[in-house]
Write a protein that binds this ligand. Structure first.
Ligand SMILES: *[C@@H]1O[C@H](CO)[C@@H](O)[C@H](O)[C@H]1NC(C)=O
Ligand SMILES: *[C@@H]1O[C@H](CO)[C@@H](O)[C@H](O)[C@H]1NC(C)=O
Ligand SMILES: *[C@@H]1O[C@H](CO)[C@@H](O)[C@H](O)[C@H]1NC(C)=O
Length: 296
């Protein structure tokens, strides 16, 4: 019994040290100073906060979204916060073939690229009604434009040993009722970028791909969704959600560490994915109980 306890104790200790080691914060804020960064979907929410963090860390920033007035404000604030440069280019990501303009702009204004942060996304809360054109549009905005931007940025990123940072969602692990189109686009993102990451490694191209899988984060969009479409009996409550600001910092740190993946918050992402492998019916129930079908 004594020996068994000692062995168990040693195993627990080794595991604890290992977990502490892999969880340690190795982030060097100075490593971001002067770095050339693109952030998409940067007019509100998590994208806006990513831009502000990069600004505080002294990066050179190019932001995009659809609304020029908001971009102008965010870019002004970036300079106030300490960005070495801040530029903006309004763009509609549904026009996939037009996205190349953003990469050309980075070359012109920043003279290169270290981080391509693909963050924009479009979604609706609705049950699937067979509208293929709407799905096609969501796939263009959420998926094809990511592929297009990453592909066009690769030559510049290769020169700097840069990083592609992809903001995704647990909706790319599990089909989410009332958000099927969004879920579909996130599944596609996972397939493409996990595969791309391996192909780059096979070709000895030192460009990292960090896939950031997020759960529900406290943004205006999420709050409106929770208030309108989520059942009161469910387990998701506004006040429990992590802030956009904290989430943005997690994303920046994971990409600086060239991590393959970030799951945040853990219980809504990786844990849900693991549960869905072993107890799929339970996870279906947990997920569907959240959605209030009566208001959709
Ligand atoms: C997309 O843009 C490229 C040049 O940037 C052009 O050669 C090509 O014809 C365009 N394709 C479509 C479908 O518009
Ligand atoms: C990129 O990484 C390689 C090693 O893989 C290194 O030799 C090279 O100097 C790096 N280039 C830049 C611009 O950091
Ligand atoms: C890739 O580039 C990063 C950043 O320049 C560098 O720290 C790392 O050593 C490089 N990795 C390889 C395998 O060359």
């Amino acid at each position: 019994m004594g020996r068994f306890r000692k062995i168990t104790g040693a195993i627990v200790l080794v595991c604890a040290i290992y977990i502490a080691y892999i969880m340690r914060d190795t982030f060097d804020p100075e490593s971001i100073r002067g770095k050339k960064v693109i952030v998409t979907g940067a007019s509100t929410g998590i994208g806006e906060q990513i831009a502000y963090h990069y600004a505080r860390l002294g990066a050179k920033i190019l932001i995009t979204a659809r609304r020029e007035n908001l971009l102008k404000e965010v870019s002004k604030k970036c300079i106030e916060l300490g960005a070495q440069e801040a530029h903006y280019l309004p763009m509609d990501m549904a026009k996939v073939n037009d996205t190349g303009r953003l990469i050309v702009e980075a070359e012109k204004k920043l003279g290169g690229l270290d981080y391509l942060v693909l963050n924009h996304a479009l979604y609706y809360w609705e049950l699937w009604d067979g509208n293929i054109e709407k799905l096609q549009n969501i796939m263009n905005v959420n998926f094809m434009s990511f592929v297009s931007l990453a592909s066009k940025a690769l030559p510049m990123l290769t020169k700097t040993n840069g990083s592609i940072v992809v903001v995704s969602s647990a909706a790319g692990y599990i089909g989410i009722p009332s958000m099927i189109s969004y879920s579909t686009s996130k599944f596609a993102i996972h397939g493409f970028f996990f595969g791309l990451s391996q192909e780059l490694a096979m070709k000895n191209i030192n460009v990292s791909v960090t896939l950031c899988v997020l759960g529900s984060i406290n943004t205006d969009h999420a709050r409106i969704g929770l208030q309108k479409f989520i059942n009161a009996q469910g387990w998701m409550h506004e006040e429990d959600l992590p802030s956009a600001e904290e989430t943005a910092m997690r994303i920046i740190k994971a990409s600086a560490a060239r991590a393959r993946k970030l799951n945040f918050p853990y219980e809504q992402t990786r844990l849900l994915q693991l549960l869905s492998i072993f107890f799929p019916e339970l996870v279906d129930k947990l997920v569907s109980i959240q959605v209030d079908v009566n208001v959709l």
